[in-house]
Design a protein around this ligand. Sequence first.
Ligand SMILES: *Cc1c(COP(=O)(O)O)cnc(C)c1O
Length: 342
Amino acid sequence: MPRTETLLSAFPRASLLAQPTPLERLNRLSADLGIDLWIKRDDLTGLSFGGNKTRQLEFYIGAARAAAADTILITGAVQSNFARTAAAAAAKHGMQAVLQREERVPGMDPLYYRSGNIFLSEILGADAMSYPEGEDEAGADAALETRAEHLRAEGRIPYIIPLGLGHPPLGALGYVQGGAELAAQIGGFDAAVVPSGSGATHAGFLTGVRLAGITAPVFGICVRRDAASQKSRLEKVADALADLIDIPPPFGRDDILTWDGALAPGYGRAGPATRAALQCMAKAEGILLDPVYSAKTFAGLLGLLKEDSIRTGQKVLLLHTGGLPALFAYQNDLGFGGAGAP
Ligand SMILES: *Cc1c(COP(=O)(O)O)cnc(C)c1O
């Protein structure tokens, strides 16, 4: 099997982050939980508040530049970290960003539509459009294609970062690299816990660590779909990824682990376990998590520990994927502490 760097060198790539991101031991939580707990700080990928999408965008922006694009189109939730990071990456490479906002979390507090990633995207100079449906990936992608047609008619060169399955998962390449980077830092672990949304991070990370020879379980914590639907999505993303880098799949179906015990009450909504996990990490370690992904992922780790899927004494890796601007959009929803009024 060729080395990971060799596999990835076939793809155009834009440099967007300083690598490696830090790997830290969480001493106080390790003592409290009776495990040897490590965190990979991909919240610190740098560009516009960081997060996992910076790694994914290295390959999308690389492809966009290779196509001489001048405009990046992307779709996501209203508080999409991917859209915000794409706006920053586009700015850095002199391209215009068009962000499509899907209504995935109806009935949210007004801050959800103004603060956090929305506010940052405005500062970054992105254009916005909206899409009324939150569960229609093909429709959302088609709406981007229609917009791209208009841009082409104006003489622009658009590049679409697609959401739906059936496109080469370029973003997952960022986590093939991320998994290899972590393997070199940590050597090994007994279990890893990562978020599983579009699946690019989960599939890429699993591929990256398996190619590096690590065989320990990698638990994907569901943030969007139930465990069975997410597993079947992951199978497709992992197959498409193996195709893309032209290797036989480096793991079997049974190696794709999805856990949805922290998903309720649904995508983009923080239940009591998520809220408790967010505050637990902050108070024990001074590390902030976001309510949509990373706090759910940590809640998943705590749940897996409780049901003995992760056991006392094990060396456990938590992937922190960032998402911190959303904290401000969820400020009223989360309701920590007082209102702060004089
Ligand atoms: C998008 C996102 C995820 C999920 O990553 P996928 O690659 O879509 O599965 C996790 N955490 C944060 C903070 C994100 O923005």
